[in-house]
Design a protein around this ligand. Structure first.
Ligand SMILES: [Mn+2]
Length: 359
């Protein structure tokens, strides 16, 4: 595995590349361009500048998270072809700068959703939290205001104000799109994109929906092993792969993460691993947690062992962390707890490898 760390750019992140480089075992960052509107072609010069900044800091940039999908593609509107052509061009541009994996998601309207961006835990740290009842009863517009007010001044990726201005129109547009239609629209997109991804040697890696169930009555399809199976079968190519996010899928206790890792990893379809823990409560509620197994509901040893058993050679990153030690950062994306997460995951990985050799 190659350990990486998500980074939002010089003007967009409280964490610096120098800090990331000093985390033991770190090989590179997972980057993105946040100033290109969704659906437009990523300009070469902007990709080049990002690549140079990262490489000059002694780190690699081989994974992009995310190149977001225009809503017209998810809705299956006639205008989608224009946006799909732009997406292909973005892939061609990214390939010129050594990008190997592009993470993306196919969630309608909203990206990841939480009811609280800073729930205080008994130890004084705070975490992202999801209360199903709150989400069921909240007005989506009110939720947007709350997200904006509590994001420590950062635009949250996937929650860009520009895109969300049109939220009422989008809700109306999705009235005719059920899960099967959404899956069909994903298939249309993949059949167009994957041949280009193959030419560019860029592995496409879809990220699960977060949380992995429908919210606000909108369809969601990247939610379970069965759905992932349908998705990888939409186009049978290793370039049509997965970002396996343990915390997202793991919020539903029916998803057996080690089994899912073994199954799709064995098929060579996992290109990017997001590894984090989550503490699940009754009724679909959950808090994010430190990476440690005993702090959450997922067995991180078993998850890492599954990756080790399939001889995972792809990219991995700690996912969200708690906010600790007084840090002020993007919700979920502080330096300290994610760095602790890296060190913990590396320790588990080393132990698994050495114990296998001693057998
Ligand atoms: Mn994730």
């Amino acid at each position: 595995m190659k350990m990486t760390f998500r980074w939002f750019g010089v003007d967009n992140d409280s964490v610096t590349l120098d800090q990331i480089k000093q985390i033991p075992g770190m090989t590179g960052v997972v980057g993105s361009l946040f100033d290109v509107p969704v659906g437009e072609v990523w300009p070469m010069e902007k990709i080049k500048a990002l690549k140079e900044t990262v490489v000059n800091a002694g780190l690699e940039l081989e994974v992009i998270e995310s190149v977001n999908i225009h809503e017209d593609i998810k809705l299956g509107l006639p205008t989608r072809d224009h946006y799909i052509e732009n997406y292909k061009q973005t892939l061609r541009h990214l390939s010129k700068f050594g990008i190997k994996v592009v993470c993306y998601n196919f969630m309608p309207v909203f990206d990841w959703t939480r009811s609280d961006l800073a729930k205080v835990l008994p130890d004084g740290s705070n975490v992202l939290s999801y209360d199903h009842n709150k989400i069921q009863t909240i007005d989506p517009n009110k939720m947007l205001e709350d997200m904006d007010a509590n994001s420590n001044g950062y635009d949250l990726p996937g929650w860009e104000p520009e895109r969300l201005k049109t939220i009422k129109t989008l809700f109306t547009a999705y009235q005719d799109v059920n899960e099967e239609k959404l899956l069909e629209n994903l298939g249309y997109f993949l059949k167009e994109i994957i041949p280009v991804a193959e030419q560019c040697d860029i592995k496409m890696a879809i990220h699960p929906d977060d949380p992995p169930w429908s919210i606000f009555g909108l369809p969601r399809i990247v939610t379970s092993k069965e759905r992932l199976e349908q998705i990888v079968n939409l186009v049978d190519s290793p370039y049509n792969g997965l970002t396996l996010c343990s915390g997202c899928l793991g919020a539903n206790p029916n998803n057996n993460i080690p089994e899912i890792v073994r199954y799709f990893g064995g098929k060579g379809r996992i290109h990017f691993a997001h590894v984090r823990n989550v503490k699940i409560y009754e009724g679909g509620n959950f808090d994010e947690a430190s990476h440690l197994s005993s702090d959450g509901s997922l067995d991180m040893f078993e998850i890492m062992k599954a990756y080790h058993d399939i001889d995972f050679k792809g990219y991995i990153r700690p996912d969200h962390g708690r906010m600790i030690w007084g840090e002020k950062a993007r919700p979920g994306y502080g330096l300290y707890d994610r760095a602790l997460g890296v060190t913990y995951l590396n320790g588990v990985w080393e132990a698994i490898g050495k114990m296998k050799k001693q057998k």
